[in-house]
Design a protein around this ligand. Structure first.
Ligand code: PLP
Length: 423
């Protein structure tokens, strides 16, 4: 059947190619028994705590569907957990549980007939395709290394004033700590942004999937702060088990929608009902335990953030010494190295785009990075995403916890710096 002409042109030509190319090159190297430094794919290296896996094993017999909105004890546990950990003032009736936060982000976008989706560049790879799949226009707010890859209130005001169709709802996606940059917003920045959001009636989707992996926990330490503290009435928050609990493959996420966004909560539940029906029952039971065991989570989080912080600092220091522009991560798994100080030297070997840079690094030294263009950066910006999780996450379970071991990452960073020194 000739289907090509009828398949979405956007999806056929989507940016998958950019990440797949690095994957393909790494498979080729692996097949040739050549070394690979896996800085491309960023999933949690830490094992799910045994108590939580045990809860999953014990509930495997549960085969019934659960309510679309999610198991009530799980929603209660989520609300309580985020109140204790982050001071969130939520009601469980406003939580929807789903098969990962990703599908819930899409359900929110799909709930709008027409919207303009605004994303910072760089941003996580899936926002743009999701918005386009939902039939929305996508606009970008470009950020820079000097601004630590963050948008600011002035820029947002300017965008709002110049909008072509201000009557269409504007959905702004803010993700902190960020994938791909590792940066997060402080209270002052969020306060300033909230003023603009309120003035221009912006609906904010705060993607807080990495918020529990903030290296500094409290606001007083310049760590965790949320836009929902300053703009609760217009703010949807998403999170889940994937990052802080090391359980990406369990597919368990949630979203909080405030009552002030009239009609949205029920519409999103409707979209969920017509698509995934409910998150898997055994997973919801195990997730209830994960969110109830506050002390267990606290210990787990302290060990994870200590290790991640140390790895991030090591990589940042070495890369900075090699004259790469990079900001130390404040949370999560990623750095966003910018090679623009090497523009001239790289252009001499015909590297003029981030994609050419990442393919060459893979081919020459087996270092897998993702190109900045996959995250909405201009093709010519020599930016990349480096995921620093290629280490054994089991080490946090040793008692006492040894000093962090991440030899493979050290070797990969060394190779990268050496390669640059030969240009
Ligand atoms: C920024 C960001 N948002 C959302 C997600 C999706 O997470 P989940 O596993 O909850 O669908 C990811 C996962 O990679 C992510 O990096």
């Amino acid at each position: 059947m000739r289907t090509t002409a009828h398949i979405s042109k956007y999806l056929r030509e989507s940016k998958h190619s950019e990440t797949l190319l690095v994957n393909q090159l790494s498979i080729n190297r692996a097949n040739n028994n050549q070394q690979i430094f896996k800085f491309g794919f960023g999933q949690s290296p830490f094992p799910v705590p045994v108590e939580i896996s045990q809860a999953l094993a014990e509930s495997a017999y549960r085969k019934e569907y659960m309510s679309v909105q999610g198991h009530p004890p799980l929603r209660e546990a989520i609300v309580n957990f985020h109140r204790i950990q982050e001071g969130k003032n939520w009601q469980s009736d406003n939580i929807i549980v789903g098969t990962g936060s990703k599908i819930l982000l899409f359900c929110v976008m799909a709930a709008f007939e027409k919207a303009e989706v605004l994303v910072p560049a760089p941003s996580w790879v899936s926002y743009e395709p999701q918005a386009k799949l939902a039939g929305h226009k996508v606009s970008w707010l470009v950020t820079s290394f000097a601004d630590k890859w963050k948008i600011n209130a002035e820029q947002l005001t300017d965008f709002c004033i110049k909008r072509e169709n201000p009557e269409i709802p504007l959905l702004l996606i803010l993700n902190y700590p960020s994938n791909p940059t590792g940066q997060t917003y402080n209270s002052q920045q969020l306060f300033e942004l909230a003023k603009v959001m309120r003035e221009h009636n912006i609906i904010v989707i705060a993607d807080e999937i990495y918020s529990l992996l903030n290296y500094k926990k409290s606001i007083s330490e310049q760590g965790y702060s949320s836009i929902v503290d300053y703009y609760p009435e217009g703010c949807i928050v998403s999170s889940g088990l994937s990052k802080w609990c090391g359980a990406g493959g369990w597919r368990l996420g949630f979203i909080h929608i405030p009552n002030e966004l009239e009609g949205l909560l029920n519409t999103v539940i409707g979209v969920a009902s017509e698509t995934y029906s409910c998150a898997p029952t055994p997973i919801q039971i195990a997730a209830t335990k994960a969110y109830q065991e506050i002390e267990l989570a606290d210990n787990f989080l302290t060990k994870q953030t200590k290790l991640l912080d140390e790895v991030s600092q090591y990589c940042t220091e070495k890369l900075t010494e090699a004259n790469i522009n990079v900001h130390c991560a404040q949370g999560g798994f990623y750095l966003f190295p910018d090679f623009s100080n090497y523009t001239e030297k790289l252009s001499k070997i015909k590297i003029k785009t981030s994609e050419q840079l990442t393919s060459t690094l893979m081919n020459d030294i087996g270092v897998a990075l993702l190109p900045g263009s996959a995250f909405g950066m201009d093709k010519s910006s020599l930016t990349t995403r480096l995921a620093f999780v290629d280490f054994d996450g089991e080490q946090i379970n040793k008692a006492p916890m040894p000093s962090p071991q991440f030899e493979k990452i050290k070797l990969g960073i060394e190779q990268l710096c050496l390669w640059l020194s030969t240009l």
